[in-house]
Design a protein. Sequence first.
Length: 138
Amino acid sequence: MNRKLHAIVLLCCLGASTGVFAAPPAALIDRYAAEARAADPTFTGFSVERGETLHRTRYGLGKPDTPACTSCHGDDTRGPGKTRTGKAIEPMAASVVATRYSDPAKVEKWFKRNCTEVLGRECSPREKGDWLAWMANQ
Ligand code: HEC
């Protein structure tokens, strides 16, 4: 194989293995891990248990009609959710909806908006990574 071709093959497959193209969002999880480590040197990794707790806890610290993530996304991650105005939301489990979490800008936009509505603040990189780790596991 000539050297140029070899480089192209290498580029293609490195990209695929870091999850740039689809869920589960390995590249995004790597990014949140780096941010979490920068914020807290004792950070040792994300936890699916903490992710589930974040999803199910009724914080009630943001908007009164959305105390929890489940207020819109529902109790079952594999089933559909519903917005406050009654619009259907596709299931959040990465195994059910293949396009989930494939666009980092979309993920960031909704984390910002939804964490503010539920927790009254943005989620930390650790919280985002925990939550995504749990959804990637569903
Ligand atoms: C007010 C209703 C509502 C609440 C509460 C809510 N969400 Fe969402 N969420 C949505 C809607 C609507 C979308 C965009 C539609 C879609 O992706 O199907 C969305 C999308 C997302 C996405 C992007 C998904 C993707 O495919 O990229 C993430 C991440 C997310 N929500 C996380 C959360 C977390 C974490 C919480 C709790 C802290 C939460 N949401 C609470 C309504 C809500």
